[in-house]
Design a protein around this ligand. Structure first.
Ligand SMILES: Cc1ncc(C[n+]2csc(CCOP(=O)(O)OP(=O)(O)O)c2C)c(N)n1
Ligand SMILES: [Mg+2]
Length: 291
């Protein structure tokens, strides 16, 4: 796909996210919107996968460590053809396959269950170890983490393990959006100097603009050429990206549009419509920019 097509796909994914959250009347807005470009790059360009055969033996493995941002995972999977986009409206409903947090027994293509933060990198490192050291498999492992969960010790245990075993088939992508549940990361528990910490743990470290799809793809390609180390890509993102009244606001971490009146936002009942209108306008701009 061209970069323009990928940008339009990310814009569709953002609209899917708004619609599914409103239908569910619960769920997280800021993280999923912020990571739409990263998921578009992964699901439409970077990862080897077959949506019609989700257990294909040679597929790249994907672990979502920060399970709460899974509206973006579901939207990317549906847009990629794993299941019908119409099913997105069943998010969090009784009997759905689309649980509030990813459930690997519920939906084909979900590699691991998650929700409790801090565990995904350990799972991904174990999978990468099995693939590389026990079976010499060609596939790679991608693990998306959030910045809030970097405050948990288990992340750093996994980082040491992956470095010790030189898991060059493992790529961590971190949503560096500077927010967590009720504040900014640097107020709650400072992470900086963040890249230096990963470097000190023996990882190859890259930093990208998490809204520049080409940069994300290039970084994932660079990781393939790193022989001795796992790679971490720090993706600098804007929480709530694409919806003006949500951008940079941690208040939207765990709330869907139209669930509450928030300062600076349209009033409850008008938020989803406003968000969708803004994204549709943005889509029009992307179309005309590249002509
Ligand atoms: C072990 C664990 N502790 C607490 C939570 C509750 N929780 C869910 S999301 C979240 C915020 C974490 O920050 P981040 O993932 O960076 O949030 P975002 O950027 O998506 O707003 C917390 C504390 C959890 N899911 N797991
Ligand atoms: Mg965060």
């Amino acid at each position: 796909m061209t970069i323009q097509e990928l940008e339009l796909k990310a814009n569709d994914i953002r609209q899917d996210i708004i619609k599914m959250l409103v239908a569910a009347k619960s769920g997280h807005s800021a993280g999923p919107l912020g990571m739409a470009d990263v998921f578009t790059a992964l699901y439409f360009e970077v990862m080897k996968l077959d949506p019609k055969n989700p257990t294909w033996a040679d597929r790249d493995r994907f672990v979502l460590s920060c399970g709460h941002i899974n509206p973006v995972l579901y939207a990317a999977m549906a847009e990629r053809g794993y299941f019908d986009v119409a099913e997105l409206s069943t998010l969090r409903k009784l009997g759905t396959r689309l649980h509030g947090h990813p459930h690997n027994q519920a939906l084909p293509g979900i590699e691991t269950s998650s929700g409790p933060l801090g565990q995904g990198l350990s799972q991904a490192a174990g999978i990468a170890y099995a693939g590389l050291k026990m079976k010499q498999e060609p596939w790679r492992v991608y693990c998306v983490m959030s910045d809030g969960e970097q405050e948990e010790g288990q992340i750093w245990e996994a980082a040491m393990f992956a470095s010790k075993y030189k898991l060059r088939n493992l790529v961590g992508l971190i949503d560096r959006n500077n927010i967590q549940i009720d504040g900014h990361t640097e107020d709650v528990m400072p992470l900086e100097p963040f890249a230096d910490k990963w470097r000190a743990f023996g990882w190859h470290v890259l930093e990208v603009d998490g809204h520049n799809i080409k940069e994300i793809i290039d970084a994932c390609n660079e990781a393939k050429a790193i022989y001795e180390k796992p790679t971490v890509i720090i993706c600098h993102t804007i929480p709530g990206k694409g919806v003006d009244f949500m951008e940079y606001r941690y208040e939207w971490h765990g709330m869907p549009p139209d669930s509450a009146d928030v300062s600076g936002a349209p009033k409850k009942g008008e938020q989803a419509a406003k968000a969708l209108e803004e994204l549709r306008t943005l889509g029009g701009k992307i179309k005309s920019e590249h002509q």
